[in-house]
Write a protein that binds this ligand. Structure first.
Ligand SMILES: Nc1ncnc2c1ncn2[C@@H]1O[C@H](COP(=O)(O)OP(=O)(O)OP(=O)(O)O)[C@@H](O)[C@H]1O
Ligand SMILES: [Mg+2]
Length: 209
């Protein structure tokens, strides 16, 4: 029988809007992302129907669409964003439901890699890192994959002995909308990414004049 990995009694190392992130109990270099079902109890039937439809869609897009784009990245002839994508190891059955297992990205001290938001807020985005970030943005602009949620918490700065520091996309792959417009239409994709990059640059300028 499948042994469920116990996470419910542990503290997550990070929490997003959709998922809780736990260290894998047997492999410290892995993380497990589990979907948090934080459904409020709706009063009316119609409400309940839409809430459950929304959860179903968000659950599926969290797993299937992200995975689909991940697999597709390996099929595309040139996909220069690959070295900047978190590695998906697989799936795990946990007491909090199906979890996605990924390689943990860390800083030089072994802590969880800081997000772009943390770097900006803590004024740690040096001019060298800004140059690195700009190259990362350029790659994103030309990416053939659907990136449906580009924000400063989905980008982290990781360190490893061989390659030094590098920006990674840890989430946001795959369309978030019912119709996968980013995957289907390049102009939609580019327009969205351009807009999001402009927003990120704006955040940087506001915090780091
Ligand atoms: N591979 C990873 N390595 C290090 N940290 C990670 C990794 N994946 C996620 N994180 C951390 O966990 C946080 C939440 O993860 P993730 O963005 O996957 O969750 P989410 O709930 O899907 O996010 P959202 O709030 O965008 O819906 C990230 O902002 C990041 O700080
Ligand atoms: Mg996220």
């Amino acid at each position: 029988m499948t042994q469920l990995i116990k996470l419910a009694d542990k503290a997550p190392v990070a929490v997003g809007k959709k998922r809780k992130i736990y260290e894998h109990p047997f492999h410290k270099e892995w993380l497990i992302k589990v979907y948090k079902n934080n459904s409020k109890k709706p009063k009316f039937f119609l409400n309940k129907y839409f809430v459950s439809m929304h959860h179903h869609h968000s659950y599926l897009s969290g797993f299937v669409r992200e995975l689909r784009e991940y697999v597709r990245s390996r099929y595309l002839k040139e996909c220069s964003i690959i070295p900047h994508m978190q590695t998906i190891i697989g799936f795990a059955e946990t007491d909090m439901g199906l979890g996605m297992v990924v390689l943990a990205l860390r800083d030089a001290e072994g802590n969880l890699a800081p997000t772009l938001k943390q770097l900006i807020k803590q004024k740690k985005l040096t001019p060298e890192l800004k140059v690195m970030l700009n190259s990362f943005f350029t790659l994103l602009l030309h990416v053939e994959l659907a990136v449906g949620d580009l924000n400063w918490k989905n980008i982290v700065l990781a360190y490893d002995h061989e390659d030094g520091e590098r920006f990674f996309l840890v989430d946001g792959l795959g369309d978030k909308t019912f119709l996968p417009l980013h995957r289907m239409f390049k102009p939609v994709r580019r327009h969205y990414i351009k807009k999001r990059i402009a927003k990120l640059r704006n955040n940087i300028d506001k915090e780091l004049p």
